[in-house]
Design a protein around this ligand. Structure first.
Ligand SMILES: NC(=O)c1ccc[n+]([C@@H]2O[C@H](COP(=O)([O-])OP(=O)(O)OC[C@H]3O[C@@H](n4cnc5c(N)ncnc54)[C@H](O)[C@@H]3O)[C@@H](O)[C@H]2O)c1
Ligand SMILES: [Fe+2]
Length: 446
């Protein structure tokens, strides 16, 4: 019964398990980049070829395994990194020919003046810019609706999101509905949309969710207090931007939370049943960089090297989970975020050691957690060493390790656990837990 339910939940995820190909993405990038507008011209050709190549696997019936022969690799076709990439992004947008742009962002980004800066860069290059600045942390269905209204009112031809995962996820929801219609709940699950979304450029300011480059959008349904996972190839931005200069002012608590989110992506992708050698390489490098630089970035936000390395780390974590998916840390964290509005990275940081302790009952996962220990610089390469190191890292960067201190109530565990078992992210966890097991993981983290 449990197995059948899991298989039906996992089947759609097999779309990430097709060896097809992002051949067109990389190859097209290198060719098109010699022309004036690389990402725009790549996008349509890429999309056309991609749909033709990828649709067959949606009907696959096998369950994902680390050794399965078919796998896919999704990544935006054009990605900018390093100091100065913000300006370069504005140049690229100009070359793309987009003229009526909606910026999607949140009040924090307005406050630090970054939205005005980007607006200025775009206006200097001839675009008309409108702003939706109402994105909340854990963005909601209402946020998506409000942004969509502006797109329709002003007839925008593209979107630029500025911020962390919340701004990018909200922008993805808006961009998807702008071309596909309907309501965002229609797209919960895997590859539910039929058409490419409105062109989206994502400027990332946290490190991070990696939402600026993933095909995931996590939107909170306020009435049910749950987070919907929309996993859709069409939600990937056409251009991702990681300029570490935009991250120097990220406060220590947010640096810690978002950095632990990046580590969680890497660990979950590495022990995922859909991991493959490419996602493994990305996940391992992400872990190494987080182990070396997160604490430095938390202690001194102006540490340029640490900020730059964390920007790369989170992108690598994104490459890993965008393709190997995640596990029960995220499946459970989404419920805490949706129910109590707790920051996503904090939920993950608290749950990560507990879920990995549970996963270490599986011999394959335990061996992989030994690799995690090695990447994090532990002397012993065991699951236990990895779990202890993660707890120590939480302590170093100032993450409170108990859910009860965040306003979580034990009486909600049953409801939270039932919803976690429906979350698409859990399908690739190395062990599928029972309801009681999920509840006891929440209890252990309490
Ligand atoms: N789509 C994906 O692939 C994916 C992956 C993981 C998480 N998520 C989602 O992302 C959301 C969390 O995103 P997040 O952790 O990046 O945080 P966030 O986007 O919610 O931002 C948190 C706060 O940080 C502020 N902020 C952001 N950058 C700043 C900067 N440079 N300087 C000062 N303040 C800054 C924002 O104004 C905001 O108030 C959650 O909803 C989560 O579910 C999405
Ligand atoms: Fe995450």
């Amino acid at each position: 019964m449990l197995i059948n339910r899991w298989i039906s939940r996992a089947q759609p995820l097999l779309s990430q398990n097709v060896r097809s190909v992002h051949f067109s993405s990389t190859a097209a990038s290198s060719v098109c980049c010699r022309r004036s507008s690389p990402w725009k011209s790549c996008r349509s050709e890429f999309s056309r070829r991609f749909f033709a190549a990828s649709n067959y696997n949606l009907f696959s019936t096998s369950t994902p395994t680390r050794s399965s022969s078919v796998s896919a690799f999704y990544i935006p076709s054009f990605n900018l990194f390093g100091k100065g990439s913000l300006n370069e992004a504005a140049n690229q947008i100009k070359m793309s020919g987009y003229k009526k742009i909606l910026i999607v962002t949140d009040p924090g980004i307005i406050k630090i003046g970054l939205c005005d800066k980007v607006k200025g860069l775009l206006e200097e290059r001839g675009s008309t810019v409108y702003i939706y600045n109402g994105v909340q942390p854990n963005p909601t269905v209402t946020n998506v609706k409000d942004g969509l209204k502006l797109i329709k009112e002003f007839g925008c031809d593209s979107i630029v999101s500025i911020g962390g995962g919340s701004a990018h996820d909200c922008a993805k929801g808006i961009a998807l509905l702008a071309t596909n219609g309907g309501k965002i709940a229609d797209y919960e699950g895997v590859d539910k949309s039929l058409k490419p979304q409105l062109p989206l450029v994502s400027i990332n300011t946290t490190a991070g969710t990696a939402s600026e480059m993933t095909r995931f959008a996590i939107i909170t349904e306020e009435t049910r207090h749950i987070k919907m996972s929309i996993i859709d190839k069409h939600t990937m931005p056409c251009l991702s931007v990681n300029d570490p200069e935009t991250m120097y002012g990220l406060p220590p608590s947010l640096t810690a939370a978002t950095g632990m989110d990046a580590l969680t992506h890497a660990v979950e992708a590495y022990v995922s049943t859909a991991a493959n050698p490419i996602t493994d390489a990305c996940a391992l490098k992400c872990m190494e960089l987080v182990g070396q630089y997160l604490n430095r970035a938390v202690k001194n936000g102006k540490d340029e090297e640490a900020r730059e390395k964390m920007a790369y780390a989170q992108f690598l974590g994104g490459m890993a989970f965008n393709n190997a998916s995640l596990g029960y840390v995220h499946a459970m964290a989404h419920q805490l975020g949706g129910f109590y509005n707790i920051p996503h990275g904090i939920c993950n940081a608290i749950l990560l050691p507990h879920v990995q302790l549970f996963n270490s009952k599986d011999a394959g996962a335990a061996a992989r957690l030994g690799d995690v220990a090695a990447q994090l610089g532990c002397e012993e390469h065991t699951a236990q060493a990895a779990i202890e190191k993660i707890q120590k890292l939480n302590e170093q960067v100032g993450v409170n390790p108990y859910l009860k201190d965040l306003g979580v109530f034990e009486k909600d565990f049953d409801n939270l656990s039932q919803n976690a078992m429906k979350d698409a992210c859990g399908a690739t966890n190395p062990i599928q837990p029972t309801l009681d097991e999920v509840k006891s993981i929440f209890a252990a983290a309490y």
